[in-house]
Write a protein that binds this ligand. Structure first.
Ligand code: TEU
Ligand code: CA
Length: 549
């Protein structure tokens, strides 16, 4: 079927972390055939696009974000034939597949690196970043995002190589033109196989300048993206989303302004750092202030309006579960999960749902440091210990924020291993699967699942949700997040009580309830609305007030 231009603007994306989604062959690891067996479920939810985290061959130092062959499929996940079968089945049911593109670094077991480390003269040497040490130590004090020095000494040639992630993830040298051309060739290979776009891992780091200690937003970053676009994406209308931890609104516009031919949109993380202590790391916890969340979201909503495009997300495989983080994963789990979904999906941009979010999956109740095996969590554990923190304090932060929380297996039913595998799962299932699972959600018409389904459907039915202008109401209100979306004479009003305490809201005129997480009268007078715990409502309103019909 021919899709309209910029199809990704009215699409909803679902992210799959393949290792934890569905295991088809009992080895305890989710796989491609497992994904294929669940397409009916994703279709039922109504999503248009799948972003699948890396499935390439990998030694798995960082669960596939350390790639040793850009052209293959990891045997953990299946074969190239399995992948082609998935792509073609997705095409049949009108779902696009977005691949993870990890080109800031490779695995140290990638043939390029195996060559590069052999000698200073090796033709692949310059694909990576090598420097002499300073005295007895590394070239400078650049730190890895996983803790410790970003430089690793390599015996063979007596130089250090740069790795902004694990030492098994050497950084690629984008200054090298041959390397860039290799990357573009590889992208075209996957585009040729029929994928619908790329999610670009830490793409804001490819312009790095380690001698000047520049990690993100390096001087040549946007030139590289424009070059990439010319060689690969131009004229193809694919979905491209760059992961950009270092983006502000100005650079957000540069990436996503269609005139500049870079990307469709980016993931920016400004909202995601609002619950840490100023100046501290994400492990220094602090409660979220709703007014700050409003101001960050609103800045991006208005900042990109008409000249760029936002992505909208609460969760991914690196972030704790949103219902545990900013909702209530106890008594009001269902209400708060629906409220958070309403707040996000009502805004302008392309929404992303992370697997399990649509059934309200929660953080894991781990109680020992060893229960958090992720490379980043373990790296930071050592760094935090070195700062003198206690295990108790560290555990408290990990339970709140560690990315391990997002990686437990998908909870399909209340049977053994939550229906994820017949074997032993690679990673433990959250014990709450007996209550929180897909089967239960599909049997309950009031489930979080059906609420997400309704939100996705609304986006198709109301162009104002996709294209309407966003306007924040009551920026100072500390409890209620409310905004309008307006397109021509059609207007939607989104009202969310962000907390468990009841709250109030005022509006002139009446509203017709389009969706809510509580039972409502269809038409409501909005002069003085009382909101129940975590209550969320989307109304259709009339711009001049008066009766909505
Ligand atoms: O993450 C980027 C990144 O910077 C992470 O270190 C992030 O700050 C952290 O995980 C938040 O908890 C991307 C991938 O999404 C992540 O899974 C990879 O480990 C990383 O790049 C390296 O490829
Ligand atoms: Ca498997």
């Amino acid at each position: 079927m021919e899709r309209q231009q910029n199809w990704w603007k009215d699409s909803v994306v679902y992210q799959i972390y393949p290792r934890s989604f569905c295991d088809s062959n009992g080895d305890g690891i989710g796989d491609i055939n497992g994904i294929r067996s669940k397409l009916w479920y994703l279709k039922e939810l109504g999503i248009d696009v799948l972003w699948i985290s890396p499935m390439y061959p990998s030694p798995n130092a960082d669960n596939g974000y350390d790639i040793s062959d850009y052209y293959g499929v990891s045997p953990d996940f299946g074969t190239m034939e399995d992948l082609q079968a998935l792509i073609s089945k997705c095409q049949d049911c009108d779902i696009r597949i977005v691949f993870d593109l990890v080109v800031n670094h490779t695995s140290d077991e990638h043939p390029w690196f195996l060559e590069a480390k052999k000698s200073r003269e090796n033709p692949y040497r310059d694909y990576y970043i090598w420097r002499d040490g300073e005295g007895d130590g590394p070239p400078n004090d650049l730190q890895s995002n996983f803790g410790g020095s970003a430089w690793e000494y390599s015996e063979e040639t007596g130089q250090y190589y740069l790795h902004f992630y694990g030492k098994k993830q050497p950084d690629l040298n984008w200054e090298n033109e041959a390397l860039r051309k290799e990357i573009y060739k590889m992208m075209n290979y996957w585009i040729g196989l029929g994928i619908g776009g790329f999610r670009m891992d830490v793409i804001d780091m490819i312009g790095k300048d380690p001698d000047r200690k520049i990690k993100e937003n390096g001087p040549k970053l946007h030139a590289y993206l424009q070059e990439m676009n010319r060689y690969t994406l131009r004229g193809k209308d694919l979905l491209t989303v760059g992961e950009c931890w270092g983006a502000d609104v100005k650079t957000g516009r540069m990436y996503s302004d269609p005139e500049r031919h870079e990307l469709s949109m980016i993931f920016q993380f400004e909202h995601s750092s609002l619950d840490k202590q100023p100046g501290g790391s994400r492990w220094d916890l602090r409660p979220l202030e709703l007014t700050e969340l409003k101001s960050v979201f609103s800045k991006w909503q208005t900042g990109l309006d008409g000249c760029g495009w936002n992505s909208l997300f609460w969760n991914n495989h690196d972030l704790p579960r949103i219902v545990s983080r900013w909702g209530d994963d106890g008594k009001y789990r269902i209400e708060s999960a629906k409220m958070l979904a309403t707040l996000l999906h009502g805004m302008k941009g392309t929404p992303y749902i992370y697997q399990g979010e649509e059934i309200g999956m929660t953080n894991v109740p781990f109680c020992r440091i060893e229960d958090f095996p992720d490379i980043e969590t373990q790296g930071h554990y050592h760094a935090l210990k070195a700062e003198g923190r206690s295990d108790d304090e560290i555990l408290c932060s990990f339970r709140a924020k560690a990315r391990d929380n997002a990686r437990t297996p998908m909870q399909w039913d209340n049977g053994r291993n939550a229906g994820f595998t017949d074997g032993t799962p690679w990673y433990p299932v959250n014990p709450n699967y007996t209550e929180i699972n897909v089967r239960q959600s599909l049997e309950d018409p009031n489930s979080i699942f059906f609420y997400y389904q309704a939100l996705i459907r609304l986006r198709k039915e109301h162009p104002a949700l996709v294209h309407g202008t966003y306007q924040l109401l009551y920026p100072e209100d500390r409890n209620v997040y409310a905004y309008t979306r307006t397109l021509g004479d059609s207007q939607l009003l989104v009202v969310c009580n962000f907390y468990r305490e009841p709250a109030g809201f005022l509006w002139h005129g009446k509203g017709e309830v389009i969706l809510s997480n509580y039972p409502q009268d269809r038409i409501r007078d909005l002069e003085c609305v009382k909101l129940r715990p975590y209550e969320a409502v989307i109304y259709r309103t009339q711009i001049e007030g008066g009766n909505a019909q």
